[in-house]
Design a protein around this ligand. Sequence first.
Ligand code: GLY
Length: 357
Amino acid sequence: MPTFHVVTPHCSYPTVVERGAIGQAAKHIPPKSGKVFVVTTEDVWRHAGAPLQAALRECAYEVLHLPGGEDQKRLAPVEALAEEMVQRGADRSSMVIAYGGGIVTDMAGFLAAIFMRGIPVLQIPTTLLAQVDAAVGGKTGVNLVSGKNLIGSFHQPLAVLIDPAILGSLPEREYRAGLYEVLKAGIIREKELFHYLVANSAGVLAREAAAVDHIIAESVRMKTEVVSGDERENDVRKILNFGHTFGHALEAETHYQRFLHGEAVAWGMQAAVNLGEAMDTFADPDGATMRAMIDAYGPIPSLQGIAPENLLGRLVHDKKTVQGKVHFVLPVRIGEVKLVSGVPEELVMAAIQAALP
Ligand code: GLY
């Protein structure tokens, strides 16, 4: 199976997509590395730790636990782990292995980014969402009460090891949440991937190995190309935020407790499709097809009781808002999006309302 490379002005690293890739972990520990810290959650380590434990059986390492849950993705647990690392003798030669879903890969990556001004991190994502998006591309960070990922840093890993076999034990809801990021990849840049998801939804939902491997590889290829073209999100990387501006507002409004990130993005993609139609960004009448596919990979939790005006208010706190202007990634056709700013507030409000029950 394939290896894709992220190549930036500062670094180059492999993103390996392969069944059994976790078994390669020891190979990616630099020869002169000091203490190795596996950062994970108790839950992930209990249920999915075995392959990494086997891969590291010849290595000395220590395990550090983060709390699980998007509402715990805050600065305090990162600081607590940094303290613990110091107590356990960490220094500038230490390294982190991030092992978990997107919350873990973001937080452990951020810990590595700021510990003694930066130590290496090896990313080993264990959920579909982290494999196809969060762990690839070096974005790390934590949430503020005011908004999602408002503290963070770009910190590219030594490598990303993506092992589709680990998804066998992933809860159904987590798996579907990851599928929305795959759908996003199709809508923004990968027409063939989108049509594959349309034609093979049964196999994808049943987690047939060939289907899972294909959708992961295609999403990761796309992501590595985009990040290689624009590491710091000054240009093309912005398209990866399709559905995220609305989705982040939904996550913050529900205190990071009702929706998984991918589910909030699914809702955000619906709202972005609505807004694209209102702004006439579509070159083809593809909106209905996009909506149908987002529904097909659902359902997402209930949206009852969410006030549209609160979501509108939260959009301005998103980090994609620059000098008070909210920028939206809106669809042009399946496989193509564009960045639009200066959208009239009433159209944004209407798009939100149309995506709520
Ligand atoms: N998750 C969006 C990005 O990596 O840019």
